[in-house]
Ligand binder design. Structure first.
Ligand SMILES: Nc1ncnc2c1ncn2[C@@H]1O[C@H](COP(=O)(O)OP(=O)(O)O)[C@@H](O)[C@H]1O
Length: 190
C-alpha cells in the first residue's frame, strides 16, 4: 500500500488535487471533511455529534474522528493505497494513524503539503462559500477560526513528519495541472 497524506491549510486545494491523484495512482481518496458532511446531510448519529464543531470551524474531537477514519479505511481492504485528505490534523491523530497502519502492516509513505499564503486562501474560501453552501466557508470569522485551529493543532505535524523524513512541501499556487505535476514528481520519487 502506498499511503499518502495530503497536507495543507483550509482552501489549499487538497480536495481538488486528490481528484486527479486518485485516478492517476489508483488510490482510495478519503476526505474526513467529506465524510463528516455526508453524515451531517444524512443526520446520522455521527453527523449530530460533529455538527456543532464543524459549524463553528472547530476541529471535531480526535476520538470521534479517528474512529470514523479507521472505519473508512477498513471499507477498502484491497486498495493500492489511501490518499488521506484532512487527516491527520492533530498530533494525537498522527500517532493514531501510525499505530493503526502498523497494525495492518502498512505505513505513511509520504506527507505532501500544498503551500499558499493565508490571505489568498481566505479569499478562495469565501468564493467557494458563495456556491458550495458550506456554512463554514461563508463567514470570515469562522474561516479565521479554522486557520487558528490549523496553526495551533495541525502545523506541528510538519515537524512530526519531517523527523521521519517523510515531509515534502509543494508550491500550491499555479494552475491545477501544474500543481498535480509538482505533487506527482514527489510521488514518482518515492
Ligand atoms: N481530521 C479532522 N479532525 C477533526 N476535525 C476534522 C477533521 N477533518 C475534518 N474535520 C472537521 O470538518 C471540517 C471541514 O473539513 P474540510 O472539509 O477538510 O475543510 P477545510 O480543509 O476546508 O477546512 C473541519 O473544519 C472540522 O470541523
Amino acid at each position: 500500500m502506498t499511503n499518502i497524506v495530503l497536507f495543507g491549510k483550509p482552501g489549499a486545494g487538497k480536495g481538488t488535487q486528490a481528484e486527479f491523484l486518485k485516478e492517476k495512482y489508483k488510490l482510495t481518496h478519503i476526505s474526513t471533511g467529506d465524510v463528516f458532511r455526508f453524515n451531517l446531510k444524512n443526520d446520522t448519529q455521527l453527523g449530530k455529534q460533529a455538527r456543532v464543531y464543524m459549524d463553528a470551524g472547530d476541529l471535531v474531537p480526535d476520538e470521534l474522528t479517528t474512529k470514523m477514519l479507521i472505519d473508512e479505511v477498513n471499507k477498502h481492504p484491497d486498495t493500492n493505497g489511501i490518499l488521506f485528505d484532512g487527516y491527520p490534523r492533530t498530533l494525537s491523530q498522527s500517532e493514531a494513524l501510525d499505530n493503526f497502519l502498523t497494525s495492518i502492516n502498512s505505513k505513511v509513505a509520504a506527507t505532501i503539503a500544498l503551500e499558499a499564503d493565508d490571505e489568498i486562501l481566505i479569499q478562495r474560501l469565501l468564493e467557494r462559500g458563495k456556491t458550495s453552501g458550506r456554512i463554514d466557508d461563508q463567514d470570515e470569522e469562522k474561516i479565521r477560526n479554522r486557520y487558528q485551529e490549523y496553526n495551533e493543532k495541525t502545523a506541528p505535524l510538519m515537524n512530526y513528519y519531517q523527523a521521519q523524513g517523510k515531509f515534502h512541501a509543494v508550491n500550491g499556487i499555479g494552475s491545477i495541472a501544474e500543481i498535480t505535476d509538482r505533487v506527482s514528481a514527489v510521488i514518482d520519487n518515492l
